[in-house]
Write a protein that binds this ligand. Structure first.
Ligand SMILES: CCCCC/C=C/CC(=O)SCCNC(=O)CCNC(=O)[C@H](O)C(C)(C)COP(=O)(O)OP(=O)(O)OC[C@H]1O[C@@H](n2cnc3c(N)ncnc32)[C@H](O)[C@@H]1OP(=O)(O)O
Length: 388
């Protein structure tokens, strides 16, 4: 629908095998590409939605590769965070030919423009429609609303949009006619926790303001879990990291595949506990077991997490989905008001306390995000030097 000329011109190259024709077509595509490259540069300036740092870095790198060729500047120092992220992304393109970089740039801009157009098209009726989610798949059947984290290629890392969408989905689930709400992940991970590219913004200009805004976002996000009125169940389909682990302490039940692991590497990342885990974990486990996880970053297997009370029950991976959903469907037949009121009785005793803990954790983290320890850990991950 309305694809730019270059998009259709590229296709014949994939089916024509005669070398001479192919060369001719390639040259035509390259000529068209240069023009489209210039158009694409203009289009970038007109994008309605900020595409996020990761995409901006890719655009930068492709632009440099297309105009100057392989990265040819000295590597910036470790504390020059923005320049280093740019340099890393450009240099990761290796010896990618200029023409290919130009084409990739055009392709990327085109995909950004069409996604901003398609979201623009729904705007007129948006007030009447349920929200469309980009990072989640939300479904409701058999009395259960399922919120599935849906960035499988990023191990369901939580970017800012996902935090916002989870809050929206929880708000909607609290009001719909379902009886139980489930959070689970798509793909092999439950979630790899906070998307570390959320912190690349931190390197630019107004760091204090960005840290403050992130702390507000985190506080609101965790607040939604504290206040959620219906039984909230985690179906942990694979490894869980960081905030996807700590918030489990605020769920009413946690079912896990035996393939999952539970990891809160806060010290490794120069950070400190969130999700009320500084309060819930020592109570659920024991203070010293919580220390091993929250301070020393010990990764637990599903069975260990179950033995320590963080996980309710572990299932073999081969039967996990079938067993868990059969059970949840049976639970969802229980009287909804009784379940809701029981949760209120249990949760109300400590709601105020949990909100206070949440506020305190967020304010400590706000400072941590500005520390060299944290910034270096994030940059090491983003420059592919460190993985958990
Ligand atoms: C608003 C701010 C609120 C802040 C709240 C604070 C929360 C604290 C936390 O959550 S701390 C935990 C942060 N998470 C991590 O440190 C995990 C980092 N990821 C990894 O170490 C690894 O990716 C892994 C061990 C989870 C998986 O390794 P594996 O080798 O199996 O897979 P890849 O590394 O190749 O991952 C596939 C692609 O996914 C990207 N990705 C994975 N996790 C994250 C992440 N947390 N943030 C950003 N990106 C992530 C990874 O970069 C790969 O992307 P690519 O295909 O484009 O290269």
């Amino acid at each position: 629908h309305g694809s730019p000329a270059w998009a259709t011109e590229r296709d014949p190259l994939q089916v024509i095998n005669f070398p001479v024709v192919q060369l001719h077509m390639s040259l035509m595509a390259m000529r068209a590409s240069q023009k489209d490259f210039e158009n694409a540069m203009n289009q970038v300036k007109l994008l309605k939605k900020d595409p996020g740092n990761e995409v901006k870095l890719k655009l930068y790198a492709l632009y440099k590769q297309a105009t100057e060729g392989p990265c040819n500047t000295p590597k910036p120092g470790v504390f020059d965070l923005i320049s280093k992220a740019k340099w890393d992304t450009w240099s990761a393109l290796g010896s990618l030919p200029k023409e290919t970089a130009r084409q990739n740039y055009v392709d990327l801009v085109s995909s950004l423009s069409s996604s901003s157009k398609s979201s623009g098209q729904v705007e007129p009726g948006a007030d009447r429609k349920p929200p469309g989610y980009e990072t989640l798949v939300v479904t409701s059947e058999d009395g259960i609303t399922k919120i599935m984290l849906n960035r499988p290629t990023k191990k369901n890392a939580m970017n800012r949009q996902m935090y916002h969408e989870i809050m929206l989905a929880l708000e909607a689930a609290s009001k719909d006619d379902s009886r139980i709400t489930v959070i689970t992940g798509n793909g092999d991970y439950y979630s790899s926790g906070n998307d570390l590219t959320n912190f690349t913004d931190m390197a630019s200009g107004k760091v204090e303001e960005l840290a403050k805004n992130s702390a507000i976002l985190l506080r609101n996000f965790v607040g939604c879990f504290i206040d959620f009125p219906k039984p909230l169940v985690a179906v942990v389909n694979g490894p869980a990291v960081g905030i996807s682990v700590t918030t489990l302490g605020l769920f009413d039940a946690v079912y896990s595949t035996d393939r999952a692991t539970f990891h809160t590497p806060f010290s490794h990342l120069g950070q400190s506990p969130e999700g009320c885990s500084s309060y819930t974990f020592p109570r659920i486990m024991s203070p010293s077991k919580a220390t091993e996880m929250l301070i020393f970053g010990k990764k637990l297997t599903a069975r260990e997490a179950c033995a320590q009370g963080l996980v309710t029950e572990v299932f073999p991976d081969s039967t996990f989905q079938k067993e868990v959903w059969t059970r949840l469907k049976a639970y969802a037949k229980l009287p909804p008001n009784a379940m809701r009121i029981s949760k209120e009785v249990i949760r109300n005793k400590e709601k105020e306390k949990l909100h206070a803990i949440n506020a305190e954790e967020c304010s400590v983290l706000q400072e941590r995000w500005l520390s060299d320890e944290c910034m270096n850990a994030v940059m090491n991950f983003l420059s592919r030097k460190a993985k958990l």
